[in-house]
Design a protein. Structure first.
Length: 258
């Protein structure tokens, strides 16, 4: 396998291949992409890869540049579907871990379509300092939700004793916010715990890291918690109404021969 390198000012590349484009697509956008691939005569083979790189060993010696494509895709928590062409290939990293593995002649999109459109129950927990939103969604939309705000002081720039007192007060407010969100998360998500397929977190990463350390309920859900953090600027009812589209997004990489 060629070593993955980054050209100055460009996208990563491997021996004979480079990443020429990358983007996120919604469920609707993915369907359009797969329809286009299915009609393309240039799609020579399809490869469904598992998330763990160690489980991809059988593909390393595969021809047609697949091993280089795997190197460019890198580590993923969901695996990938790679549609190989002579000059251009497309890798789709789905929103959820791949449940099928295998190689097929031509452009075989059915398994990916079924995997992405499969009915799933997804927990969502959005947190930023001062506000939060917790919900459960499926492909039909929001099943249950709870949102609220809670005051947290902005950072204080003064020095000395006043600053230390302010920081202690702010830390207390943050702990209270985390404890409140943890209790709400257990109330909202708890009844669905055995049925939830995955949990997505959203908001500000540092805040989420602090919250995870504070909330034992969230730690208990670690086996189904996805690493991808949803981009949400303002947790609330509006964010939850649109979160289903964000959850079901797939990442697309376009690979071209150099």
């Amino acid at each position: 396998m060629g070593h993955c390198v980054t050209e100055a000012g460009g996208e990563p590349s491997a021996a004979g291949w480079k990443v020429s484009g990358r983007r996120w697509v919604t469920g609707r956008g993915l369907r359009r992409l797969l329809d286009d691939l299915a009609r393309s005569p240039d799609c020579l083979s399809t490869h469904y890869l598992p998330p763990a790189s160690s489980a991809r060993a059988e593909y390393v010696e595969a021809g047609g540049g697949l091993s280089e494509a795997i190197g460019l895709i890198g580590e993923t928590e969901t695996g990938a579907a790679v549609f190989m062409g002579e000059r251009q290939s497309v890798a789709v990293l789905p929103p959820f871990p791949m449940e099928v593995v295998g190689a097929f002649e031509g452009c075989s999109t059915t398994l990916l379509t079924e995997a992405v459109e499969k009915d799933r129950l997804i927990g969502v927990l959005l947190v930023r300092l001062g506000r939060y939103a917790v919900g459960v969604v499926n492909r039909d939309g929001l099943v249950v939700s709870k949102t609220d705000t809670r005051y947290v002081k902005n950072r204080h720039r003064a020095g000395g004793t006043s600053q230390r007192r302010f920081e202690r007060s702010r830390e207390r407010l943050i702990r209270e916010l985390f404890d409140k969100v943890c209790a709400v998360a257990e109330d909202v998500l708890g009844p669905y715990g055995d049925r939830m397929d995955y949990l997505f977190l959203g908001g500000e990463r540092q805040t989420l890291q602090g919250f995870a350390k504070r909330c034992p309920f969230l730690r208990a859900l670690a086996p189904i918690t996805m690493r991808r953090v949803l981009e949400v600027r303002r947790p609330g009812s509006s964010a939850l109404r649109h979160v289903e589209e964000e959850v079901w997004k797939s990442r697309v990489l376009v690979l071209e021969r150099t």
